[in-house]
Ligand binder design. Structure first.
Ligand code: HSE
Length: 326
């Protein structure tokens, strides 16, 4: 096996769930993003260094780090017993629902795949990356590995993930709004998800997941915008458990979503486990009003005593994690 000594990869952030598609639908975003450098160091174990915009605020703990967990799963499977040094440039904000841990896990396995010349398929990369995620959830890692819009399915027979990836419509614009709400953790946010749901909610959510997916596959932005907004199971339960901030309950969120859609035709979702919001819009039809929609959401966040830490006007990333250099 020919081995390189070091590799650097770029990994996109992601927005998971896309409204009703909890743990199934996801999209990669051009910004924010991160870089990981992985090298073999002749020792054993994984030495982890965090740099970048958010790197210094986080304690580097290789036991808990999603990239290290994913790399260890891959090393165990392939009997790799050498040591690695992992340097992560953390430029995706942590605990904001933008898939930082998924991007780190995707980056780690894609880098290891290059470094160890394993030639793993996308589905295998997603499988190992999911070891970095709470309950092995697959949506963020699918987007960060594959890029684009993704539907991930755990095969009923083999239990292995299979990802259906599609190029997002070029007319789809994205605004990410990051409030200064402190989410405890994704694990905590997952505890708020109900285990039993009503039949009407299941029918509603399944129908909208199908319509959002059809919209992405056929390039029908209208179908995406109309249907992505409404998740009456997970977003509703998390909102009512205050996961997205005090006061941001379902009544508040539903009112905001209805206003944005009725007044501007713009769709709003919570990104992943929150608390960030995403505005989805048609670049050809809504570019004139997107600033007004953004202003409306920012004002509402401020009315509750919170602030907005950052906004990103970005686009879906067609690219998933890729190698920058050796
Ligand atoms: N689908 C996951 C969740 C995404 O909502 O918990 C977490 O980023």
């Amino acid at each position: 096996m020919r081995r390189r000594n070091a590799v650097t990869v770029w990994a996109p952030s992601s927005s998971a769930n896309l409204g009703p598609g909890f743990d199934v639908l996801s999209i990669a975003l051009k910004e924010p993003s991160l870089r990981i450098n992985l090298s073999t160091n002749g020792g054993d174990g994984i030495k982890l260094t965090l740099k970048g915009k958010y790197g210094e605020a986080i304690r580097a703990n290789p036991e808990a780090h999603s990239g290290c967990k994913a790399l260890r799963a891959l090393m165990a499977k392939y009997g790799v017993d050498e040591g690695f040094e992992m340097v992560v440039h953390v430029d995706i904000p942590p605990r904001k629902g933008l898939g930082l841990s998924g991007a780190e896990a995707a980056g780690a396995v894609v880098a290891a795949n290059e470094l160890l010349t394993l030639a793993l398929s996308k589905d295998e990369l997603v499988h190992y990356a999911s070891y970095g995620e709470p309950e092995g959830h697959l949506d963020n890692v699918s987007a960060s590995v594959c890029g684009g819009f993704n539907i991930v399915v755990r095969d009923y027979v083999s239990g292995m993930p299979h990802v259906y990836s599609f190029k997002p419509p070029s007319d789809l614009g994205v605004v990410v709004i990051i409030p200064n709400v402190e989410k405890k953790s994704t694990e905590d946010a997952r505890r708020a998800v109900p285990t039993l749901i009503y039949k009407s909610d299941m029918v509603g959510n399944v129908s909208r997941v199908a319509a959002v997916s059809a919209g992405f596959v056929t390039g029908d932005v209208e179908s995406i915008l109309k249907n992505i907004v409404w998740d009456t199971v997970v977003e509703k339960a998390r909102a009512d458990s205050q996961v997205y901030g005090n006061g941001i309950d379902w009544r508040f969120l539903e009112e905001e979503k209805l206003h944005l859609f009725k007044k501007y035709g713009i769709a709003e979702t919570i990104s992943g486990a929150g608390p960030s919001r995403i505005l989805w819009y048609s670049i050809s039809r809504h570019s004139q009003v997107v600033e007004n929609a953004l202003g409306y959401v920012v004002d509402r966040i401020k009315e509750l005593g919170y602030d907005v830490e950052a906004t990103f006007k970005t686009r879906p990333s067609e690219k998933g994690t890729y190698k920058l250099s050796e």
